[in-house]
Design a binder for this molecule. Structure first.
Ligand code: HEM
Ligand code: HEM
Length: 216
């Protein structure tokens, strides 16, 4: 029998979609900052100024959203809890092995680990890696930002990295991580769509409504 389970609480859904919007805006404006493909023909056009303004505005939104998700990893339900992302948990490792065997066609039956309500074990490892990329992106971003914005907060949020790395190295990593995040998005959207179609479990709508459909 199938049942509906409330899995994704409002802060998880909110931060997910705020991140999606922010990352789209940050990638477009960031790409332009690194490679200005449109040229201004008059000083009133101010294209780079607007791109940087949008980049910084969405950078603030993205950082706030990330901090809220971090807080929710301690305040939220068990599906959002930080323990779900603990890569050393014995249960997670066991689930990962079970799921990998299924994906590698080494076992026929669908493992129970794939029928759990929250993220699958595979997904949690990928999301943990993604969250680490988010942190590096925020630190390198604020390190670059602190060069033109003097203040203690920017120093704490990333400015201290300028003591360890030169500006160009930080810029390069900031740029390269954008491509890693884009690679994640391509795989993530395809997998979400594929699983939704194969399992008919309303996976994508769960990120809007909060409810997942699972076997009782
Ligand atoms: C910038 C693009 C995106 C990023 C960075 C992203 C990132 C993430 C992250 C980090 C999670 C884990 C949620 C958490 O525990 O906080 C997640 C879950 C999810 N996302 Fe996205 N997402 C993106 C776009 C999308 C899109 C466009 C869709 C819809 C097609 C989607 C569908 C889902 C679904 C269904 C889940 C839950 C999957 C599960 O049970 O593991 N995402 N996403
Ligand atoms: C997913 C998130 C982000 C993406 C994809 C992204 C992408 C980029 C890219 C591609 C560049 C151009 C680098 C180059 O080739 O020169 C850039 C520049 C920059 N980014 Fe980000 N960024 C993100 C988040 C942030 C955050 C959180 C901050 C924090 C303030 C930030 C601040 C900056 C700054 C200050 C620059 C340099 C601007 C300039 O020199 O005018 N970024 N970003």
């Amino acid at each position: 029998m199938l049942k509906r389970v409330y899995v994704w609480e409002f802060p998880v859904r909110l931060t997910h979609w705020v991140n999606v919007l922010s990352i789209i805006m940050l990638a477009i404006t960031g790409y332009y900052i690194g490679n200005p493909f449109m040229h201004a023909y008059s000083s009133t056009q101010y294209i780079m100024g607007w791109m940087r303004f949008l980049h910084f505005s969405f950078a603030y939104l993205f950082t706030c959203s990330f901090i809220l998700r971090l807080y929710w990893a301690f305040a939220g339900n068990p599906y959002a809890n930080w323990r779900v992302f603990n890569p050393f948990s014995a249960e997670k490792i066991k689930d990962l092995i079970e799921i990998s065997k299924f994906y590698l066609l080494l076992r026929r039956d669908v493992p129970p680990a794939l029928k759990k309500a929250g993220h699958t074990a595979c997904a949690t490892y990928v999301y943990l890696a993604l969250f680490i990329l988010f942190i590096i992106q925020i630190l390198t971003g604020f390190a670059l930002y602190s060069q033109s914005h003097v203040g203690g907060l920017w120093k704490i949020l990333g400015g201290w990295m300028l003591v360890l790395f030169v500006d160009n190295t930080l810029r390069l990593y900031h740029h390269l991580i954008m491509w890693l995040i884009i690679a994640f998005i391509l795989a993530h959207v395809y997998i979400s769509w594929f699983v939704e179609r194969a399992e008919k479990n309303g996976l994508i709508s769960s990120m809007f409504s909060g409810y997942k459909v699972i076997e009782d």
